[in-house]
Design a protein around this ligand. Structure first.
Ligand SMILES: *Cc1c(COP(=O)(O)O)cnc(C)c1O
Length: 432
């Protein structure tokens, strides 16, 4: 069976005249795998169907939110019940209180939450809060960490080691002035001495370290618990905040925080993706003392017309209610383990990857699987890209980039994983 995408291609061609690159978020374009992105018409469970009627098993799952799969019946019912009662009030409603209560209850030691509409907004707010709380200007991030399209975080270091803010941080996008980029310092992951050195020299000017405790936006760059704990003690010693960006990892591996599960208590946690159950919702969670610095109680301004709207809240609460069942996470872990096992059994040495729970990063090369962005093998990237369209032809929709992770949902089955592995094996045989 060959998948024809005549209508999809027509939509794309028309879209490119109206929307830059035909996409509303660059990751959706097929830049690294080549070809034209697919236009979808509907999705249920793990099946997405394009406008030509081709069905694919989805391992991208909207980049993380859909831990229950597409259009979960209970989530959709909650949205359907909420929508006729008003899409947004721009005013208070009980659902906001229920969501804040659920979030605070899921993160030990946290006392308050502020709801926003995206992960980017949550991160923006966390940074402003950290600067407001400390009165300091600098933010530290790690190379390969992604925190949304916040101006000051679209920055990577000019060189691998400690690149000082005022001597060469370069924005990785046009449109961010060097004065703004200069407030961000980028360090390599997995290198505590570099963090110690930076704080020894500039600690009194650093407001916060922000990182994904399980970095999942540049491959899956696993960090040790000792690294996370080290960041906690360095920031505490120097009076800086530790922000865990858990927009992906929050509620993905367990009910609550991945970082707290590793035994480390951050000052702030940013959330998005899963908490909205597929609708736009993000949150900042922290201590009552810190969150009380936000307007209208405190001096740090933050606002949003659609923040905490009842429809997003309904989807989020319905999702969280289902995630309270630990059996769901056990099942997800079982599926992940099954995928690893099946890959191992292929006998193709390089057909492998790194898995944590229901997150899987295909890493198609031999040798150690990297935990730093600069150690990712170009061969692994080439192989993934080279096989991408064969996967589509096999009815499998993967994130269109070798640097992105696959997500499993509670709706995937062993049979879906069998098909994924079989398609990779057959594609591997066709590589040059
Ligand atoms: C997706 C993501 C963001 C940005 O969230 P948006 O909802 O896309 O704005 C921020 N941080 C991390 C870790 C993410 O994965």
């Amino acid at each position: 069976m060959t998948y024809q995408r005549t209508l999809s291609n027509q939509w794309y061609d028309r879209a490119t005249e109206l929307i830059p690159g035909g996409v509303n978020s660059p990751v959706r374009a097929f830049k690294s795998v080549g070809g034209k992105p697919i236009y979808f018409a509907k999705a249920h469970g793990v099946i997405v169907t394009d406008v030509d009627g081709n069905a694919y098993t989805d391992f991208c799952l909207s980049w993380g939110p859909l831990i229950l799969g597409h259009a979960d019946p209970e989530v959709v019912a909650a949205v359907q019940a909420a929508a006729p009662l008003g899409l947004t009030y721009g005013a208070c409603h009980p659902g906001e209180v229920a969501m804040a209560e659920a979030l605070v209850g899921a993160f030990p030691g946290m006392g308050m939450a502020r709801l926003v509409s995206s992960g980017t907004e949550a991160v923006m707010t966390a940074l402003r809060l950290a600067r407001g709380a400390t009165g300091r200007p600098l933010i530290v991030k790690f190379e390969g960490g992604y925190h949304g399209h916040v101006d000051s975080l679209l920055v990577k270091a000019g060189s691998g080691l400690v690149t000082l803010a005022d001597s060469g941080s370069e924005a990785s996008t046009k449109g961010v002035p060097k004065e703004v980029a200069g407030l961000t310092i980028t360090l390599p992951f997995d290198d505590l001495p570099a963090v110690e050195k930076l704080f020894a020299e500039h600690g009194e000017r650093i407001a916060a370290i922000i990182l994904e405790p399980l970095p999942a936006n540049n491959g899956l760059l696993f960090q040790t618990d000792a690294f996370l704990a080290g960041l906690r003690s360095i920031t505490a010693k120097h009076g800086a905040l530790l922000i865990f960006d858990e927009v992906i990892s929050g509620f993905r591996l367990r009910y609550g925080s991945y970082g707290q599960g590793a035994g480390v208590q951050p000052d702030l946690i940013t959330l998005g993706k899963i908490v909205g159950g597929g609708m736009p919702l993000g949150a900042i969670v922290g201590s009552t003392q810190l969150l009380s610095l936000l307007a209208p109680v405190g001096p740090v301004y933050q606002a949003g017309t659609l923040s905490g709207n009842p429809v997003s809240i309904a989807a989020g609460l319905a999702t969280l209610a289902k995630l309270r069942d630990p059996a769901l996470y056990r099942r997800l872990d079982q599926l992940g383990a099954y995928l690893e096992h099946k890959l191992q059994a292929t006998g193709i040495e390089w057909l492998r990857g790194r898995r944590v729970g229901s997150i899987f990063w295909p890493y198609f090369d031999v040798g150690p699987i990297p935990n730093r962005a600069d150690a990712i093998s170009p061969v692994a990237v080439q192989r993934f890209n080279g096989m991408y369209h064969l996967m589509l032809q096999a009815g499998l929709y993967l994130p269109p980039s070798a640097y992105e992770v696959l997500f499993l949902s509670s709706r995937h089955t062993e049979a879906d994983i069998d098909r994924l592995v079989a398609a990779w094996v057959s594609a591997a045989a066709q590589l040059p």
